[in-house]
Ligand binder design. Structure first.
Ligand SMILES: Cc1cc2nc3c(=O)[nH]c(=O)nc-3n(C[C@H](O)[C@H](O)[C@H](O)COP(=O)(O)OP(=O)(O)OC[C@H]3O[C@@H](n4cnc5c(N)ncnc54)[C@H](O)[C@@H]3O)c2cc1C
Length: 500
């Protein structure tokens, strides 16, 4: 079938052809849509989203207390000021994203309840054919696009990760994963055990501690946390001076990023001092007699895993008040009434919450093929963590871990829009990243260096991710402070981009 026939068929099905298809209406997909309208006027596009509404992470997660762990001046877009307290609830983030959609008339471009199931590239037609299943009707629908902008995040939304433990079926209470929080879960006056000590556990525990009988955070190993007031001093001062919110947003972003850069450097250059700084903030809440060495001192260097921010130390306040406690031990097996630990101790529970993380999903569970051959992303090399060798006209937005994810949403969008405009100018219909002659002897390494960053979901799924090289062009280095200058300077005439 040629392009015209394909377009006609697609239109007949009420789907159609677009210059760009965007996968996902989370913070990345909505950002992509905004930038396309501003920087590539006249480009036709559609956003396909599985869920019934926008928001991605902030729609999926409905557990009590759900909030950001980074500030919204940088987790928000650079183009829309954040005007409230920096750590925000999911509801506040959804409302902010709703305003972006409303103010920029993005709504008509988004098709909800569309799960993309396959994406097939044809070099004969220089087109992606993207099939989606409508979750409301079960109908299969088809779109064609010149360019595929993957904003589907990095984990499977339909189910969280739960390790296998012995005898879980013997437990008589309820076992709940925070990613599928049941509306009817009644934890009032119940004994709750939360397994895990990442950002989710740290958010959930203070939120349920007041109403439950007691909450125990059971962790195999401790996590670093940062704590402080849920406020940014410079933003407060500027607001008191009645400075325009656009300025406040920009200045506050710069200040936060400046401070984060300094702290990140410290974790590499003076890890012991950085560690001391984090631990003494915890000690200030829990007092000198609390066993911080056992429960809050990780074995790894700070920033090898994400450091969650605990506003106003609410987790520590719950512990101090005796409503919550921490147990550092390992699970031997579940019992009828709780958990038997390897130490021989037991934890009694009515409800067990498994805050044990995500299942990595590198490609949104989409079946990809190129000219009839299945595409295995793990056999490709990434161009700056957003394009892949041998994969034409496709970009994936994978944000930052140490800085807010959205900083990279804006940066990648600037790059994509520049690339699309450049292709128009030179009359190219296809761009494929390719290793240059000087790259052929380059060592190929896993997507991310585990010495640099090693959360469980990345370690479990690393073999599925594209490879990285040992040059800045061929890796996602997780360094906003370098990329903010490097991205605008990317030479689109570089031989890493093969145009046809
Ligand atoms: C509880 C929680 C708190 C977090 N807090 C922070 C924070 O404070 N700061 C920070 O920087 N990061 C945080 N993160 C990381 C966070 O996921 C990202 O920052 C960001 O929200 C990701 O946005 P996204 O749009 O790229 O992906 P997602 O939010 O994952 O959205 C992807 C969207 O794509 C859709 N989708 C996926 N596959 C398909 C398909 N095949 N077809 C159609 N649609 C599809 C999904 O339904 C979803 O709506 C947090 C993560 C979690 C889980």
């Amino acid at each position: 079938m040629n392009v015209q026939q394909q377009i006609r068929t697609a239109s007949a099905e009420g789907t159609g052809h677009f210059d760009v298809v965007i996968a996902g209406a989370g913070i990345s997909g909505v950002g992509a849509a905004y930038h396309l309208t501003k920087q590539c006027a006249g480009t036709s596009f559609v956003v396909l989203e599985t869920q019934k509404s926008f928001g991605g992470t902030w729609l999926t997660h409905r557990y009590p207390g759900i909030r950001s762990d980074s500030d919204l001046h940088t987790f928000g877009y650079r183009f829309k000021p954040w005007t409230s307290a920096p750590i925000a609830t999911a509801a506040e983030i959804l409302s902010y994203m709703g305003e972006v959609i409303e103010e920029n008339a993005l709504g008509p471009h988004i098709r909800y309840q569309h799960t993309i199931s396959s994406a097939r590239w044809s070099s004969e037609e220089n087109l992606w054919t993207i099939e989606a299943i409508r979750t409301d009707t079960g109908e299969a629908v088809r779109f064609t696009a010149n360019f595929f902008w993957m904003c589907q995040g990095y984990y499977r939304h339909s189910e969280g990760y739960t390790p296998e433990w012995k005898a879980t079926e013997s437990f008589k209470g309820r076992i709940v994963h925070p990613q599928q929080w049941p509306d009817d879960l009644d934890y009032k006056d119940k004994k709750v055990v939360v397994i895990g000590s990442g950002a989710t556990a740290a958010t959930l525990i203070p939120a349920i501690a007041r109403d439950s009988a007691h909450v125990t955070m059971l962790q195999r190993s401790p996590t670093y946390f940062r704590t402080g007031r849920n406020a940014i001093e410079i933003a407060e001062t500027l607001r008191a001076l009645q400075v325009d919110e656009t300025w406040i947003h920009e200045i506050t972003r710069r200040k936060i990023l400046f401070d984060q850069d300094a702290f990140t450097r410290k974790t590499f250059e003076e890890p012991e001092a950085a560690k001391k700084e984090l631990l003494s903030a915890v000690e200030a809440y829990l007092g000198p007699d609390y066993d911080i060495a056992t429960h809050f001192t990780p074995k790894y260097r700070p920033w090898r895993q994400r450091i969650a921010f605990i506003p106003d130390g609410d987790l520590f306040q719950g512990i101090k008040a005796g409503k919550a406690s921490v147990v550092t031990d390992e699970i031997e097996r579940f019992t009828e009434t709780g958990i038997l630990l390897k130490s021989g101790n037991t934890l009694e529970a009515d409800i067990i919450i498994t805050a044990t993380g995500f299942n990595l999903s590198a490609n949104g569970d989409i079946d990809f093929s190129i000219d009839g051959k299945p595409l295995d992303f793990s056999q490709t090399v990434t161009y700056r963590g957003m394009m892949f060798t041998g994969v034409p006209n496709l970009v994936w937005v994978f944000g930052y871990f140490r800085a807010s994810w959205t900083l990279r949403v804006d940066l990648v969008a600037d790059f994509v829009c520049r690339l699309l405009n450049h292709m128009k100018e030179i009359g190219a219909r296809k761009v494929t990243p390719a290793l240059r002659p000087e790259d052929h002897n380059m060592s190929l390494l896993p997507w991310i260096d585990p010495e640099n960053f090693n959360p469980g979901y990345m370690m479990r799924g690393m073999h599925l991710l594209p490879k990285r090289g040992d040059k800045p062009e061929w890796q996602h280095n997780q360094d906003y402070w370098a990329e903010k200058d490097e991205f605008p300077a990317i030479d689109l005439g570089d031989h890493a981009f093969v145009y046809e």
